[in-house]
Design a protein around this ligand. Structure first.
Ligand code: C2E
Ligand code: MN
Length: 407
């Protein structure tokens, strides 16, 4: 299948124009053997390359390009299929945009093309060319430093709760994970995550519960989450807990139960955020928003978790606005390398800014993911990069420190 990949990247300063020409000459031979063609645009700082050919060959060459240390901040912009090559003449041609007149340059690039129709019919790949040549998306080129520019330094020690001191229920516990603002060096909240007694995941625990009981069990477990948080001395810290949306709908007086459990443990409703996964919200929206009124009326804040992963997506925000939304790893994994993830995350951020909804990103494992998201405007993060959930305890946070700025 004829596959097209387009990416953009940033040339490393140590690479000279001569090295660049040699690189292209080598690529030409390699690509020619693999029946891969394309064009490489260069504007003095950034590359923009289109690769076309049989899928496996294009993939193999693209992998090698990704690993090449002569450029960095590589972002995949397009991966698509087409009946004919757009640039079928050579293995790889370097086209230095600086040598051409601004008005004529796009046409000159297109003149190198080998198909006529795509130009006429608004082909996505060629639209990307136009945007690059005209510097159209420059404000989204976040130039993030390499991962090793940061060192993550653990500060403090875990606050743990030996099981002997705490009267734990027979079949579950909670793990706690901080949500942090790394630049402000502040823990903005702590999330209680359900675990089986031996530390298994929330999902495992839910699978062990039967039928309708899961909603009651979900609700009742929160009493333990609040008690554990209080025993861990969270003080006035914000505490996030998760609930299935159906728990609010199916269990009578669920909100009263929550409020009571908060107060019994010396906490206040204003410090609590209840997180709901989006997928179930949308199918019972009317009942859900009704139940949410009661939560809000009691002073409790509401977050939509795993935003964008269910069927709701952005339409949900037209019908119901939570206090916060959380985007998870499904959306943000390797966001620094993916044009499509970047576009979707940017759209969500834009909505949240307009609606004054706080936004946080969950499942941050890489420094580059964190840095890209900071550049895009997110400041609250939760993930293994900063702290892993700690069973019956609150883990210390590994704060980022710029290597060359350390004293
Ligand atoms: P969530 O609310 O988005 O919780 C974050 C999940 O991501 C947790 O998984 C956490 O362990 C995991 N995580 C955190 N940082 C990273 C990271 O850097 N990389 C990766 N790969 N994962 C990371 P966990 O505890 O298995 O929970 C999964 C989901 O189960 C939660 O997602 C939440 O939706 C649900 N859940 C957890 N506790 C409860 C609960 O008490 N009630 C209800 N209804 N659902 C719960
Ligand atoms: Mn959550």
């Amino acid at each position: 299948m004829l596959t097209t990949i387009i990416y953009r990247s940033h040339l490393h300063e140590h690479v000279s124009l001569k090295m660049l020409e040699e690189m292209v000459a080598a690529a030409n031979i390699k690509n020619g053997q693999a029946s891969v063609t394309g064009i490489l645009l260069f504007n003095g700082t950034h590359f923009f390359q289109l690769l076309e050919g049989p899928e496996e060959r294009v993939d193999a060459i693209y992998q090698a390009i990704c690993a090449d240390t002569r450029h960095y901040n590589l972002v995949e912009l397009l991966r698509d299929y087409a009946p004919l090559r757009r640039f079928g003449k050579t293995g790889m041609e370097l086209f230095d945009l600086r040598n051409y007149d601004r008005e004529a340059v796009l046409q000159t690039v297109f003149d190198k093309g080998t198909t006529r129709y795509q130009l006429t019919y608004g082909d996505r790949a060629l639209q990307f060319f136009q945007t690059f040549v005209e510097d159209g998306a420059k404000e989204y080129y976040y130039e993030i430093p390499p991962a090793d520019a940061w060192e993550f330094v653990v500060e403090g020690t875990a606050v743990a709760l030996p099981s002997a001191v705490f009267d734990t229920p027979s079949d579950y516990r909670f793990a706690f994970q901080p949500i942090v603002d790394p630049f402000a060096r502040e823990i903005v909240a702590v999330e209680a995550l359900l675990r089986t007694r031996d530390g298994g995941s929330a999902q495992t625990w839910f699978e062990q519960q039967g039928g309708e009981d899961i909603y009651r069990a979900d609700l009742h477990s929160k009493k333990v989450a609040f008690a554990m948080a209080a025993a861990l001395k969270i003080g006035p810290q914000t505490l996030s807990v998760n609930l299935l949306p159906m728990t609010l709908i199916k269990v009578a007086n669920a909100v009263e139960f929550i409020v009571q459990a908060i107060k019994e443990n010396g906490l206040v409703p204003e410090q609590v955020i209840v997180e709901f996964v989006e997928s179930e919200v949308i199918s019972h929206l009317a009942e859900f928003t009704q139940a949410v009124k009661l939560l809000k009326g009691a002073g409790i804040r509401v977050a939509i978790d795993h935003f964008g992963e269910g069927y709701g997506g952005l339409v949900l925000l037209t019908q119901f606005q939570p206090d916060r939304i959380k985007i998870n790893r499904a959306l943000i994994a390797d966001v620094h390398k993916s044009g499509s993830r970047q576009a979707v995350v940017q759209a969500i951020i834009k909505c949240c800014i307009s609606l004054e909804i706080a936004i946080s990103a969950v499942g941050i494992e890489k420094a580059e993911e964190w840095m890209w998201l900071e550049s895009a405007g997110i400041s609250q993060f939760q993930g293994y990069l900063f702290a892993r959930p700690d069973l019956q305890g609150i883990p210390p946070v590994a704060w980022p420190e710029k290597r060359d700025e350390r004293v």
